[in-house]
Design a protein around this ligand. Structure first.
Ligand code: TEU
Length: 522
């Protein structure tokens, strides 16, 4: 491996959803000491870095994406001392820590928002957010037609200090997440303080939430066309306003004081040219590209998603990123059809992802082959469920706690049987304990392929070449090192190209690559 390249350029990041990873104090919710106690698992898996979903002070309306104090750790997760223990313990094992930061909005419990409410219409304190008078004869209609990403209007009307209904404020997400007005200079100044605060405490980088948000078009014009819950496209005025790039340049100039630190932005922008603008040399280091997380197990779709991601990053000569799932989009085992087949395909796709040049993100539980869980209505917590009028079940299905050990819920996740989301009985077969004892397990598989990718020079080089492949199959080769990845998305076994077999997601059948599986050759 080329040592002049930054550590993150081919890193395997492991995304920890802290509520669901491991609970140390028996309240049914995961916490940082729980994670620290389980770092063995990550060391064994061989990951380079953790991406920690939000752990700062929050009323948890959106499980931490509603931040009331960006420079302290929520007591639910163990407070600042637990965070310091985690950073020290992870670094001792050579694992980096990156954390989520949420610049687009604050919690409605943030002192700024509380001050804005108390100050009343026209007060300067309201300028940190988007307070507007309503439309209609009595201001009874929202200021524009924007929808919340979680469903319902993006505006909520407040009761003014005089007790009467008054202005409306903008929230692209939950009503507890008012959007910040980045035209106010103290928003950046405070964000800079937050970045430096964590960098000084040893954090190795940030995942920037809604990196394509923050900047709003002047006058907040109506959106044309309707928007679906949890989706948006490129002509949506709520996102991707060009002045966002000035904010990213500001962020980068701060982070550049810490040359090892990395920023990875959540950039839901489809057009490659516009997406790549975020990866200019003075903006983000990395940007999530979600194409692999949105497709079926289909050779043509996989090919196009990979080509598209490589083309998008090539525009700015940036590093590609790969991800099959996260806490928003649902788990790939289920997306690929669920059950035995879904799991086979998920393992195959893990090999595709890990064979590609760039940084890889593994979502906690992916290494165990966990599927989404069908949860009953009464346990759903994602604000999407309520805000969509019970038409969208939301993201809880992919946030169920990790099964560690034993034969029944809570599977060693917590001392309490009352976990924040219920765990399915049939996860007994998927616990870490069981998988560690089984050399054929999905965990053992991930451990092997991560190790091979890291250790073998065949995985060097930044480009890939597509080789001729049978129908419904794909074959690509790393241009530098020469590793070959074959994936069979068809119905029949296919012959393997010549070379030394270094890994396979499923046993070969008479020397051939079985359907729904992948292999690496050197
Ligand atoms: O998600 C932002 C976002 O735009 C997503 O909701 C996206 O529209 C959707 O996932 C597409 O399928 C981030 C966080 O990842 C999410 O968990 C938070 O709820 C949200 O920001 C608000 O902070």
């Amino acid at each position: 491996m080329n040592s002049s390249k930054p550590w993150w350029s081919s890193a395997v990041f492991y995304q920890v959803y802290p509520r669901s990873f491991a609970d140390s104090n028996g309240d049914g919710v995961g916490d940082l000491d729980g994670l620290t106690a389980r770092l063995d698992h990550l060391e064994r898996l061989g990951v380079d870095a953790i991406w920690l979903n939000p752990v700062t002070v929050s009323p948890m309306a959106d499980h931490g994406y509603d931040v009331a104090d960006p420079r302290d750790i929520d007591p639910l997760f163990g407070g600042m001392a637990a965070f310091e223990r985690l950073v020290a313990a992870a670094h001792e094992r050579g694992i980096k820590i990156t954390m989520d930061v949420v610049p687009n909005h604050s919690s409605s419990a943030h002192p700024w928002f509380q001050a804005a409410l108390a100050a009343g219409p026209g007060a300067e304190a309201r300028d940190r957010y988007f307070f507007r008078d309503g439309r209609g004869a009595h201001g009874e209609l929202p200021p524009n037609n924007w929808k919340s990403v979680f469903g319902g209007p993006a505006w909520t009307r407040v009761v003014e200090p005089d007790g009467n209904p008054g202005q409306w404020y903008l929230h692209l997400f939950d009503a507890e997440q008012p959007d910040l007005n980045w035209e106010q200079p103290d928003i950046f100044d405070d964000f800079e303080k937050t970045l430096r605060f964590w960098l000084e405490r040893g954090v190795d980088g940030f995942r920037i939430d809604v990196a394509h948000g923050m900047a709003k078009p002047p006058g907040l014009p109506d959106a044309r066309g309707d928007s679906r819950v949890l989706h948006h496209n490129d002509d949506d005025p709520r996102f991707n306003h060009p002045s966002v790039h000035e904010i990213h340049r500001g962020i980068r100039s701060v982070v550049d004081d810490y040359p090892e630190a990395v920023t990875v932005g959540e950039v839901w922008v489809t057009d490659n040219m516009r997406w790549a603008e975020y990866l200019r040399p003075d903006e983000l280091h990395l940007g999530f590209n979600f194409r692999l997380a949105q497709i079926d197990f289909d050779a043509a779709e996989i090919h196009d998603a990979i080509e598209n991601s490589l083309a998008a990053t090539a525009i700015e000569n940036a590093t590609p990123t790969w991800t099959l799932s996260n806490h928003d989009v649902g788990r790939e085992v289920t997306r690929y059809g669920g059950g035995e087949i879904g799991l086979r395909r998920a393992r195959a796709m893990a090999m595709v992802m890990l064979a590609l040049p760039g940084a890889v993100f593994v979502y906690n539980g992916e290494e165990l082959g966990l599927p989404d869980v069908e949860l009953p209505d009464e346990v759903l917590q994602d604000p999407t469920w309520e805000r969509s009028g019970h038409t969208e079940r939301g993201r809880d299905k992919c946030r169920v706690p990790i099964p560690w050990s034993g034969n029944a819920p809570p599977f060693g996740f917590s001392a309490s049987p009352d976990t924040w989301l219920p765990m399915p009985q049939d996860w007994a077969a998927l616990t870490v304990e069981r998988q560690l004892a089984d050399p054929q397990s999905t965990f053992a598989f991930f451990q092997h392929v991560i190790k091979v990718r890291k250790e073998r020079t065949e995985f060097d080089g930044e480009e890939i070449d597509w080789l001729d492949a049978p129908r419904h199959a794909l074959i690509f080769r790393r241009r530098g090192g020469g590793a070959v990845c074959v994936v069979n998305a068809g119905r029949r076994p296919i012959p393997l190209p010549p070379g030394e077999l270094i890994a396979a997601s499923a046993p070969l059948v008479d020397g051939k690559l079985a359907p729904d599986s992948a292999a690496w050759l050197a």
